[in-house]
Write a protein that binds this ligand. Structure first.
Ligand code: PTT
Ligand code: SF4
Length: 611
């Protein structure tokens, strides 16, 4: 095999054993890598109904055929498992040296099974592996864990780790690397904690096998140069994703006061231009020449790396208009290993519940000190409030009752990322149909939608969402490389088949890649349906009631809200285009067309399938 190493490393923590598993070339051909490998393994190996935090869940770190090659922004890694917050498929994508070292150690994925009897980390040096007792590390933040491991091994050791949030199995704990790269929003860090696995530390010394190394080197150099020439490059380097704060405010989609509004009156206090003035360093993922990790000093004079999502969710969404204070909350989230989006969303929910006098604690909008202590309470599950909020907004709203579910901002249990959708039905549908719950990663249609007409609910939007789900959620998650060169500076998609040809020797066209993406997307949907069985319905693909019921009260879009009938018609159009039935379940014909015949048989055990 070229491009792929052709093998996974499996670690059974219960038995204390590791094993190298060669896989068939057909797996690479049909599922490519990254998310494709992850869903195939979970589909094949997980018994439906497995408790996500039990030893039976599997935690997968997967790369693709372009990962870690000398190509733009190829230092990415998919971390996946059955999610404890949604009980469906969950994954995240983080930039980390660990993915480079994993591929150089000879593995395309690491599959973690079982549960270690005591806190453990997995050490990998090429073929040599060791499960190491790390009781001394338990309780440390993710930053200190990585620092100590690098000190013990080498500075070039790739590390992925959890902090106390993962150890305490907070339902939206993430996995962290390099003090500012975090992935696995749907609680993948909690799955790692449930396995008593504190970290993985990897060194690899091999050359990743490629078909035409000379072609690849030449193409890589050309591609890096091409990115430098792009007109938006300089502004991207200045602001990265932070430029989105201004854009969201201008377009009334900046989540504010728990998604009640799309504009924030202190937005200039949290935006990209202010960030530029505070910036002290720039960091990024390995093998990237458009590094976008903007580091500022927070209110405690400590370094914190900011992105749009973090700032919107820990800023405007909770009514906090102070970037240095937001940066402190963000740094804590990274060190503790908890997702900033779900954290901000949950704190916003708690503030609204307090405002409505539904709870016996008091926390006002923008109250930094109380929000900061709430972060500790959540991460350590301290007291009734901390323990409850650690379960996420779906759980809390159901516990509270009194109509709280109507303003609990999630889809399928995963908290909404940072776009208010009162006026953007396409983005609402994108959240509702994403592979992991309410995440913008599969189809960020909102900028196209705002440009082309936000008020429509028609076919064009449905087609655009499917196209984006293929490219972002499919192609980039499977390749596995960063999608931002394409999205943010316009690095052309036709580079990728050329990279694949040089790496693998195979002609894999964009059309082939889209078919793989559809296969992966449909198998992911089948996984969700298999988990939910008869409880699955099209209601699962519906955004929160707030956007339909409570119009915006401020800004240029004041008075606007989503229309339920039109949304439902658009959802049906989406199902038709996908080849799914009225419940949102792939038909036998669709699964068969995508070569997933075996899924027809398996899924029929859980639900009646439409022909
Ligand atoms: C991603 C989600 C995002 S998406 C952000 S900011 W973004 C938040 N980042 C968090 C963080 O930081 N710390 C933390 N404790 N929680 C966080 N939660 C949020 O998680 C990230 C970049 C970004 S910045 C984006 S858009 C792109 N995402 C990519 C993707 O998903 N796939 C891909 N092939 N390429 C991507 N490139 C970009 O990567 P999740 P990172 Mg992230 C600190 O994890 O679960 O996927 O959710 O990985 O290395 O930090 O890079 O405005
Ligand atoms: Fe990482 Fe940003 Fe580079 Fe993407 S563009 S690889 S997120 S540093």
């Amino acid at each position: 095999m070229h491009g792929w190493n052709g093998q996974f490393l499996r670690a059974d923590l219960t038995k204390g054993k590791t094993l190298v598993q060669k896989y068939e070339a057909s797996l690479a051909k049909n599922f490519l890598g990254g998310r494709g490998f992850a869903i195939k393994i979970l589909w094949d190996e997980l018994t439906p109904g497995t408790d996500a935090l039990s030893p039976d869940n599997k935690l997968i770190f997967a790369a693709g055929p372009l990962t870690a090659l000398s190509l733009p922004s190829s230092g990415k890694l998919v971390a996946a498992a059955k999610s404890p917050i949604t009980n469906g498929y969950g994954d995240g994508n983080l930039g980390t040296l660990a993915t480079v070292q994993m591929r150089r150690a000879g593995y395309d994925a690491i599959v973690i099974e079982g549960k270690a009897p005591k806190p453990t980390f997995l050490r990998i040096d090429d073929a040599k592996t060791e499960l190491v007792d790390c009781r001394d590390y338990w309780g440390l933040g993710s930053f200190q864990t990585e620092k100590q491991l690098k000190k013990e091994y080498q500075t070039s050791t790739g590390v992925v780790a959890i902090g106390p949030a993962g150890e305490n199995q907070v339902k939206y704990a993430t996995i962290v690397s390099q003090e500012g790269r975090a992935g696995g929003r749907p609680g993948i860090g909690a799955v790692m904690g449930s396995k008593n696995l504190k970290a993985i530390a990897i060194n690899g010394t091999k050359t990743i096998p490629t078909k035409n190394p000379d072609d690849l080197k030449k193409l890589g150099l050309e591609a890096y140069r091409e990115i430098l020439k792009k007109p938006n490059y300089d502004f991207w380097k200045r602001q990265g994703t932070m430029a989105t704060i201004e854009w969201s405010q201008e377009n009334s989609v900046l989540p504010t006061y728990n998604y009640r509004e799309g504009v924030f009156d202190q937005s200039d206090q949290i935006g990209g231009f202010l960030m530029e003035k505070l910036k002290v360093a720039q960091r990024g993922c390995p093998l990237c020449n458009m590094t976008c990790g903007n580091v500022v000093k927070d209110i405690d004079n400590k370094q914190s790396e900011l992105d749009y999502e973090n700032v919107a969710m820990l800023g405007s969404d909770i009514g906090l208009g102070n970037l240095k204070k937001i940066a402190a909350l963000n740094r804590l989230a990274d060190d503790y290993g908890v997702d900033t989006i779900s954290l901000g969303n949950t704190i916003g929910f708690a503030m609204e519940a307090s405002e409505k006098n539904l709870v016996d604690y008091k926390i006002e909008w923008g109250d930094y000190e109380t929000a900061r202590s709430l972060v500790d309470e959540i991460v350590y599950k301290r007291g009734k409030v901390g323990a409850m909020l650690a379960e996420g907004v779906r759980y809390v709203s159901e516990r509270l009752g009194k109509g709280a579910s109507r303003w609990a901002m999630h889809v399928k249990g995963l908290e909404m990322s940072a776009y208010d959708c009162h006026t953007t039905p396409g983005m609402a549908l994108s959240f509702a149909t994403s592979s992991v719950g309410a995440h913008h990663k599969d189809a960020w249609i909102i900028s196209w939608e705002v440009k082309t007409g936000r008020e429509t609910y028609g076919e064009a939007k449905v087609d655009k969402i499917i196209e984006l789900q293929q490219l972002r959620g499919g192609v980039f998650e499977c390749l596995t490389t960063c999608r931002l060169p394409w999205i943010e500076v316009g690095f052309e998609l036709d580079w990728y088949p050329k990279f694949l040809k040089a790496a693998t020797g195979q002609d894999i066209s964009m059309n082939n890649l889209r078919t793989i993406a559809d296969r992966v997307f449909n198998l992911t949907r089948a996984f969700w349906v298999r988990e939910y069985g008869d409880h699955w319905s099209r209601k699962m693909d519906t955004p929160p009631a707030r956007w339909f019921d409570q119009p915006l009260t401020k800004g240029p879009m004041k008075g606007s809200k989503l229309d339920r009938t039109q949304y439902d018609a658009m959802l049906q159009l989406y199902y038709n285009r996908r080849g799914w039935d009225a419940r949102g379940i792939p038909t036998k014909k669709t699964l068969t067309r995508l070569g997933l015949q075996e899924a027809v048989h398996e899924l029929s055990k859980s639900v009646q399938l439409t022909a």
